[in-house]
Design a protein. Structure first.
Length: 297
């Protein structure tokens, strides 16, 4: 069956699309990779669990859930379920890879996911903050309990409420509680700081994505965008070859969308031959671009 590329008429929320309804009710989960996925090849990467503490989301992120009686579910951060196993043994796990997104669509999807990731971080920070507020009260209760038994130990035999053995046992218990509370407080504070700092990193990425999307949009409106970001197609460099072959001076005024970044063609030409940017053979330009894409981190 011929697979159609993504278009604006589909209800597309992210990299995964549930096309079961269009497939006669039979399971069909499609995956359209980011343009930069799998080393800028546009191929699907394996799933990786979401780490709430991280500053980044995996390209193919997973939130895995298990429940009693053998239930399993794998969703992306937007909630699209791409794998499940029910208690009756029914399972769906087949994923059909379809053509990769271009750079622009990839940035849009990633930004949507990063906003969701940022919300998850904020919710977790709220939990850590609430827990931190409770530590002084919990610590005070433990300290008071310790003081009660410590004070009782100092009393005379007939004045004690508790036995010496019982008081010392409880004092040891509360001392251990105090150490545990202090350790939990330190770890909670560290987690909060990590969440706060990583949230700022995510915000920075979102801002950079928006700035690049704005640049791409303006370039498209002005007819100044050369998009070769889809690398899973035949002759992916065709648009660049045609632009620099037809009029290299006109091409220099345009922007080039690669799978992993957008760059002005003039800047690109200066990197190849800073002394004479308009005297570079198209073949050399294509070779240089291929090398950039192949060796990008």
């Amino acid at each position: 069956m011929r697979i159609q590329a993504i278009n604006n008429n589909t209800n597309f929320k992210g990299l995964f699309r549930d096309k079961s309804r269009e497939n006669g009710g039979n399971w069909r989960m499609e995956y359209s990779p980011y343009s930069w996925e799998y080393c800028n090849t546009g191929k699907m990467e394996g799933k990786r669990r979401v780490d709430i503490m991280s500053s980044k989301l995996p390209n193919n992120e997973e939130i895995f859930e298990t429940k009693p009686y053998g239930y399993e579910s794998s969703r992306d951060i937007l909630g699209t379920e791409s794998y499940y196993k029910h208690s009756d043994g029914t399972m769906r796990k087949t994923i059909t890879q379809v053509p990769a997104m271009n750079r622009e669509d990839s940035l849009k999807v990633q930004t949507e996911k990063l906003n969701k990731f940022l919300l998850m971080k904020k919710l977790e920070m709220g939990k850590k903050y609430t827990a931190a507020l409770n530590f002084p009260n919990t610590l005070a209760i433990s300290a008071n309990n310790y003081n009660t038994y410590s004070s009782d130990v100092k009393k005379g035999y007939f004045s004690r409420i508790y036995s010496l053995e019982g008081s010392y046992r409880e004092m040891d218990k509360e001392f251990g509680n105090t150490q545990m509370i202090a350790k939990d407080a330190i770890n909670t504070f560290k987690d909060y700081v990590t969440l706060r700092d990583s949230a700022e990193d995510v915000k920075d990425t979102i801002d950079k994505n928006k700035a690049e999307l704005s640049l791409i949009d303006e370039a498209k409106k002005g007819g100044k965008l050369v998009d070769i970001s889809k690398r899973d197609i035949y002759d992916p460099n065709k648009a660049l070859w045609e632009a620099v072959s037809a009029d290299i001076k006109a091409a220099a005024k345009k922007y080039l969308a690669l799978p992993h970044k957008t760059i002005s063609i003039e800047t690109l030409l200066k990197e190849i031959n800073p002394k004479n940017i308009f005297n570079i053979p198209p073949k050399q330009i294509i070779g240089y671009v291929d090398n950039i894409i192949r060796n990008a981190l």
